[in-house]
Design a protein around this ligand. Structure first.
Ligand code: F2R
Ligand code: MG
Ligand code: MG
Length: 325
């Protein structure tokens, strides 16, 4: 598989996860599952939300500036802002301040009593950073923090975004330019790579809450449970809410426990809660790992008009840029 296919897979994976999860955002797991079982896991709307819109903004700004430029990125978020995509309240407040002239260096520190947001709005848009800096973990962390900080000043939001970006980067490194393995070898190699990914994520994490949740993922992966028990434990031990620490580990687990793109997205949405965002983040990692071709064609074809072509173009531009920096 080529690296370019992985770049395309990651960005398309965000949009597919987002659009599939959006109609059931806020449902409990059983209701989300019932909704989609009724629809045969077909995409019912195809409309993407803030998760994809902000991912597009991050990619556009990184490409235009050949890397991070805070003033440009803040303006890009404002240029792209479409209220109907359903933004989080903290992010809306920061964007309003930015539109009124508050500095991009200060706005995000003024919300939630001055501590800033620990919502998952930074992690949900971070895939382009993981792609661009997939070969350099410390540069990836630095840029993920800066890209997050425009709206999310809390350390736990920035760390969640860096972890998700690093998961995308690690997924890019797997099986790149390998074409000759058999299905059995591929399955075995994927399993070993995923175990290695989890060890690398654990070493990369700095905050206790993420280290603990990554350790719980290891235990959950070893547990031999049926699907229902696996879902229950994922929600109770990892979370399914809007806080970055209650959704980034959950997306990583949804990817790690599954065997293909579709299975990972179905599992993520079946947990309920912040379904569009957990599925968007799962889609970023799964799409990078398994590549564009792993994404069910009927899901891609059901996305709203123009977005597949545009994300494909952004992925190609990021890929070219990654060779330069
Ligand atoms: N906003 C939504 N969904 C609402 C419903 C949309 C509806 N379907 C529609 O059509 O309109 N989804 C999007 O928001 C989430 C990302 O949120 P973000 O950008 O992180 O926002 P925010 O407000 O900064 O953080 C989210 C919540 O987390 C809690 N929180 C954060 N920091 C906190 C702190 N320091 N102290 C206490 N609480 C904190 C708050 O409850 C925040 O509101 C994604 O789901 C995206 O899809
Ligand atoms: Mg959303
Ligand atoms: Mg959401």
């Amino acid at each position: 598989m080529s690296l370019l296919e992985k770049f395309r897979g990651a960005l398309l994976g965000v949009a597919v996860g987002d659009a599939l999860g959006a109609p059931v955002e806020g449902f409990d797991g059983e209701s989300a599952r019932r909704f989609y079982e009724k629809h045969g896991w077909k995409m019912v709307s195809g409309k993407y939300t803030d998760d994809t819109e902000m991912t597009i903004g991050v990619a556009e700004s990184l490409i235009a500036c050949k890397g991070f430029n805070g003033a440009h990125l803040a303006q890009q978020f404002l240029r792209n802002y479409n209220e109907s995509r359903g933004y989080g309240p903290g992010t809306r407040e920061v964007l309003k301040m930015l539109s009124e002239g508050v500095s991009w260096k200060e706005a995000s520190r003024k919300i939630f009593g001055g501590e800033g947001s620990y919502g998952n709005g930074a992690a949900m848009r971070i895939a382009p950073v993981g792609l661009l800096y997939h070969e350099n973990a410390e540069k990836l962390r630095e840029v993920a923090f800066k890209v997050s900080e425009i709206t999310h000043a809390h350390e736990l939001a920035k760390e969640g975004a860096a972890l998700l970006a690093f998961a995308v980067a690690l997924a890019c490194r797997y099986g790149c330019n390998r074409y000759t393995v058999s299905a059995e070898e591929e399955e075995e190699e994927a399993g070993e790579t995923k175990r290695e990914m989890l060890r690398s994520l654990h070493a990369f994490a700095r905050h206790r809450i993420y280290k603990e949740k990554l350790a719980r993922i290891e235990a959950l992966l070893h547990a031999k449970e049926d699907e229902e028990e696996a879902r229950k434990r994922a929600v109770s031990e990892l979370g399914n809410g809007e806080a970055a620490f209650n959704s980034v580990p959950t997306a990583i687990f949804s990817f790690l426990r599954s065997h293909d793109f579709r299975e990972s997205i179905v599992f993520a949405i079946s947990l309920g809660g912040d379904t569009d965002t957990i599925a968007a983040m799962t889609g970023a990692v799964s799409g990078a790992f398994y590549g564009e071709r792993s994404i069910p064609r009927e899901w891609l074809e059901s996305l709203e008009s123009g977005v597949v072509a545009y994300l494909t173009k952004l992925a190609e531009d990021l890929y070219e840029l990654s060779k330069e920096i």
